[in-house]
Structures are given as C-alpha cells and as structure tokens.
Write a protein that binds this ligand. Structure first.
Ligand code: AMP
Length: 425
C-alpha cells in the first residue's frame, strides 16, 4: 500500500514524500482513514510504530478543509503528551507534514520561560502540542482557550497516568468542548486506561498494532551476565568496537546515569546524561548533540528517554535491567525503528536475573546470551530483595552457566558486533 491510496491531499502527500516515506506503517494504514472520516479512535500503539504521523496527517488534512487566518485563527486541534521530548517531536512532525498546508503549530512544555510560548500563542495557532502542566498553567493565566478544539489527541495515556497526570487530564477534559473528535493512544491497555478511554471516547474504532513482538524480532538482542561492579568495565570494553558510532545507554536512576557518564568521560568517551533533574535546555542540548553524533553516548533514565526519536540509532545498552518488562521493550524500541536494523545489549547481574525471566515471558523468547569471557558473572548470591524473599524469583544459588546452558550462547567470534580486544590479566 502507498500513502497515495489513502486519499491524502497533495500538499500533505508532497511533504510526506519529502520526508522520504512512501509506504504507511500498519498503524498509519489503519488509523488515517478512520480519523479522516471523523470517527473517534482508540489506538493501542507505542512510539516507534509511526503513530505520530497516523494522527498528524489526517488532522492536518481535516483542518485544511477549513482554514482561518490572522486574528481569526484559533486552536482547533490539541495534542497532549506526557513528556517534553515527545511534545517537541510531535510538533516537529506536524511542522514537517504540514509544511505546505499553511496551518500553524506550536508547542508548550514546562521548565522553560513561558514568554516565547505565549508570544507564539498570541500570533495564533491552529494546532497546539503540549504537556499537561504548562498547558493548564497558561490556560489559567488566560493565554489560551480550548473552547474551539475540534480534534483532541491524548497521547501515551498509560504513561500519562503513570506520571500522575490524571487530575490534569480531567481538568483539560472539562475545558474541551463536548462536541469534538477524540483520538486516544496508549501503549498498554490496563483496566484504568480502558476506563478512562471509555469515559472520553464516543463510539471509537479500535486500532491495535503489536509493535512489541515485531520490534523485538528485528532487533538483535544479547544478554551479558556480569557482576554489578564490572558493568562499567564491560561497557568500556564493548565501546571499543568502532562500529558503535552512537549508543543509548539506560540506567534505572538519575544518579546511576550520572555515574556512567562520569566513567565514560574519564575514559575519553564523549557522553551526556538526559534525565528529569536536568534543565530542559540541557536535555535538549544533550539530545541534539547525540543526534548529530558529536556526543557518542547518551545515558538516559526511562521517563526522560520515552519518545526519544533518533534516526539511525543502532545500539541500545541496558546497563541496568528494568524491573517492568514492558520498559525493556520500550527501551529497545528506540533502535530498529520503522524496520531499520538495531542491536540491544543487556547487562544482567545476579539480582536482575528475575527481571530477565519476566522480560522473556513478555517477549515470548529467550534473549541469546553473549559470551563474556572478560567479566563473567562471579557473584551468584545476590542480596535478596523483599520480592525474592517472598519466594518469587531467583533462589540466589543458580550458577550463570546453568542459566546459560538452556539458552543459545553466541560465541564472541560469531558476533561481529562484540569485540573483545584484550584478555583480563
Ligand atoms: P513514531 O512512532 O511516530 O515516533 O515514529 C517512529 C519513527 O518512524 C519516526 O522516526 C518517524 O519519522 C518514522 N516514520 C513514520 N512514518 C513512517 C513511514 N511511513 N515509513 C518509514 N518511517 C516512518
């Protein structure tokens, strides 16, 4: 199928082609016709599936049918998303796909001076992309009204709830006109999300893509069993591979991210951290340095990295294994985007083995174990977590080799992407 066959108007089609896309992704092929016909949509999809264009393209088309100019401009579409990074990327997509439509767009997020944002609003915009806090703040200050919104998008609803935005979302809903089209996206559909969706959608059509398994399938995944204390040494060893031009490294905590950056800098590897403690400008700078490859390694925590969209990102390294299995899929989904190749390495210490078991259950396969002759797992008796003491997970006595014996082990020399250039003395 081609975009041409989706009845997209020429100015948008031209922009999509200029972006280099000719074939819609599954969520685009399904969602675009539904949105164009004016129906509410419940989309079960995560970032990395092309979902932004799945709503941006039809919204631009619907608004193009009836344009307003100058002082008559009003906010006709509102997209609310949980993080600043996502908001910025969504606005960039609207600008890209809408560049020949004459429609205008702006983005609001907190942590920065509000003046440029209010100035942009005062000029008049058709499409507003925002994080909930700053949006409500500017609304309360009287800089904007949502009464003219025709199409409302709630993006990453599950993450929005996770981040505690439910009350903000409810306040926004109260300020929106009842008569509107609503598009609701969430990567997962736990009961509270279904309840929220039911309360705000009107006869929606459900579209679900299964990026999790498809993303996972095209990404080459390797698992390294390694002691916690040797993770930084293993990282440095892996980064000796010159094929790794850039890599996104995940840690569980902000503190952990800072420590990894410090270690890398000490070894002359350019690295920056991106997490919630950093000022918005510092996060943006780190992201753009990473995108243009002037920084080789970006170290991120999960919330900060959600939605990071870097073309050609080939390597994701899980320095720490996430305790929520879906997070693993979100993390590795930063690479292998839209069908591109990707590699994900995961460093697993004794305490994290139970997390790997949960992840493997979710993705429905064993992650191949990489040979790790330099820094093999030596400490097999982790301090028991309360979870383990309740009888869940690792007994603390299994040897890594036993774990590895029923897995596919990739010999180091068979995996060209893993280079071990020296022996441990
Ligand atoms: P998203 O899920 O919206 O974050 O998009 C994921 C990535 O896929 C982004 O880098 C998009 O630029 C890219 N993308 C979106 N639509 C297409 C398409 N039809 N073909 C190829 N790549 C696409």
């Amino acid at each position: 199928m081609l975009f041409r066959s989706l009845n997209i108007i020429d100015p948008i089609l031209k922009a999509v082609e200029e972006e280099g896309y000719s074939t819609p992704t599954p969520i685009q092929a399904e969602a675009i016709p539904i949105v164009l016909q004016g129906t509410d949509l419940l989309g079960c999809a995560q970032t990395g599936t092309g979902k932004t264009a799945a709503f941006a393209i039809p919204i631009l088309q619907l608004l193009s049918a009836n344009k307003f100019f100058g002082k008559n401009k009003k906010i006709r579409s509102l997209i609310v998303t949980p993080t600043r990074e996502l908001a910025i990327q969504i606005e960039e997509s609207f600008r890209a796909y809408g560049r020949h439509t004459g429609l205008t767009c702006t983005v609001l997020f907190g942590g920065v001076n509000q003046k440029p944002q209010t100035a942009a609003l005062q000029k008049g915009v058709d499409i507003l992309v925002a994080t909930p806090g700053r949006l409500l703040d500017l609304m309360n200050q009287g800089f904007l009204t949502l009464r003219d919104v025709e199409i409302f998008v709630l993006d990453e609803a599950d993450r929005m709830l996770d981040m505690g935005f439910i009350h903000d979302v409810k306040k926004l809903l109260a300020a929106l006109p009842k008569n509107r089209q609503t598009l609701f996206f969430s990567a997962t559909m736990p009961p509270e999300i279904v309840k929220l969706a039911n309360s705000i959608l009107h006869n929606p059509i459900k579209v679900s893509v299964t990026p999790d398994s498809s993303t996972v399938e095209i990404i080459q995944q390797s698992l390294f069993f390694v002691d916690k204390g040797n993770k930084s040494a293993l990282l440095l060893e892996i980064l000796k591979n010159p094929q790794i031009k850039t890599a996104l490294v995940f840690t569980r905590t902000k503190h952990g991210a800072n420590i990894v950056v410090k270690t890398l800098l000490k070894h002359d590897i350019s690295a920056e951290a991106i997490h919630g403690n950093k000022a918005q400008s510092a996060r943006q700078r780190a992201l753009s340095n990473f995108k243009d490859q002037s920084t080789r390694i970006l170290v991120a925590t999960d919330i900060a990295a959600r939605g990071i969209d870097v073309d050609d990102l080939q390597y994701v390294i899980n320095y720490e294994i996430p305790n929520i299995p879906e997070t693993y899929v979100h993390r590795i989904g930063r690479t292998g985007r839209a069908g591109a190749e990707g590699t994900a390495y995961s460093f697993c210490d004794a305490e994290e083995k139970e997390y790997i078991r949960d992840i493997e259950k979710l993705i429905g396969k064993k992650i191949p174990v990489a040979e790790n002759p330099l820094f093999p797992l030596m400490i097999h008796n982790p301090v028991k977590t309360p979870k383990q003491q309740q009888g869940r997970g690792n007994s603390g006595h299994s040897r890594p080799n036993q774990v590895a014996s029923n897995r596919t082990v990739i010999p180091a020399n068979k995996n060209p992407k893993i280079l071990f250039s020296r022996q441990r003395s």
